[in-house]
Ligand binder design. Structure first.
Ligand code: R5P
Length: 290
């Protein structure tokens, strides 16, 4: 029981000192609840405002692709160098230690593989994601694909309705619909559709005119890396996206298929967080390599 005697009156109220910093640093989330903001803050570095997310969810679509044959050997050693690890529930439960300090983004939809038509029509239960202490749930939208657009928009829309009130952010991933031109108009439309339907973060692809994609999207935008490029080109891609207002990368193959994934993760972080140019990033890669 609390002591009843010697209750001391507070006398250090800072009277006259205004409360500072009430505006939240993550775009579009001033009015979000505390839990949702806290999860976002766990993913985005407070100093740079940016994030390096390491995507290793590819196996749910393509199996043990190059660099992901053994997640325990190839991916876990990269955890200290990135801000977020993004994977599927089965791989995370089986392979990522529960004391991993890097926050987890859960790939939360599934349905088909690369062997058939892309149609992610099952979404993970929000309670399961909460129980796994996920910092966000990521689902794909195939804007412009007439067979799967409606299902995937519904996935995001209904997940955001359930997840946001429980403090769980949702990341919308823009998969490129069949026959779509990969330009700023398309990615601007797809990104905006994600945000309007409730996404708290949008993951899309860099393209010429990307500043318009970012400006037209009211929540943070990160880019996917896409197919493996030479290291300098992948760093240029990251640099250009950040220069256009993106707040990070959710990159997979250009990190884990690099000749030195740990060096590449740190070089990308140099560009994303420390303002390195692509050339400086490559220098960092070469210094750390091997
Ligand atoms: C795509 O649906 C997956 O979510 C990947 O995580 C995404 O494409 C990022 O990986 P990569 O940089 O290899 O393209």
């Amino acid at each position: 029981m609390a002591d009843l005697d010697d209750i001391r009156d507070g006398n250090n109220f800072g009277v006259g000192i205004p409360v500072e910093g009430q505006s939240f640093y993550i775009k579009g989330h001033d009015h979000a609840g505390w839990g949702l903001k806290n999860r976002l803050a766990n993913m985005f570095n407070k100093k740079s405002g940016n994030s390096v997310m390491l995507a290793f969810d590819h196996g749910f679509l393509m199996g043990p692709t190059s660099g992901l044959e053994r997640v325990d050997l190839n991916i876990l050693p990269l955890a200290p160098y990135v801000d977020v690890m993004m994977g599927c529930k089965g791989m995370i439960r089986s392979t990522v230690p529960a004391d991993c300090e890097t926050p987890i983004a859960l790939r939360a939809d599934a349905g088909t593989t690369i062997l058939t038509t892309m149609n992610d029509n099952v979404v993970m239960d929000i309670n399961e994601a909460l129980a796994m202490n996920a910092q966000c749930m990521a689902v794909m939208l195939s804007v412009g694909c007439k067979d799967t657009e409606a299902t995937t928009v519904k996935n995001l829309f209904t997940l955001a309705d359930k997840a946001n009130p429980l403090g769980m952010p949702v990341m919308g991933i823009t998969a490129v619909g069949k026959d779509m031109v990969r330009d700023a108009r398309y990615f601007g439309l797809a990104s905006r559709v994600c945000a309007e339907n409730g996404a708290n973060i949008v993951k899309t692809y860099y393209t010429e005119g990307f500043e318009k994609v970012v400006a037209g999207c009211p929540v943070p935008v990160v880019i996917a890396g896409g197919k493996k490029l030479p290291e300098l080109e992948a760093l240029e891609l990251s640099y250009k996206a950040i220069s256009c207002g993106a707040v990070g990368v959710d990159m997979g193959r250009n990190i884990f298929q690099s000749e030195d994934p740990a060096a590449m993760a740190q070089a990308v972080a140099g560009v994303v967080h420390d303002g390195l140019t692509p050339e400086q990033g490559l220098e960092k890669f070469n210094d750390l390599k091997g």
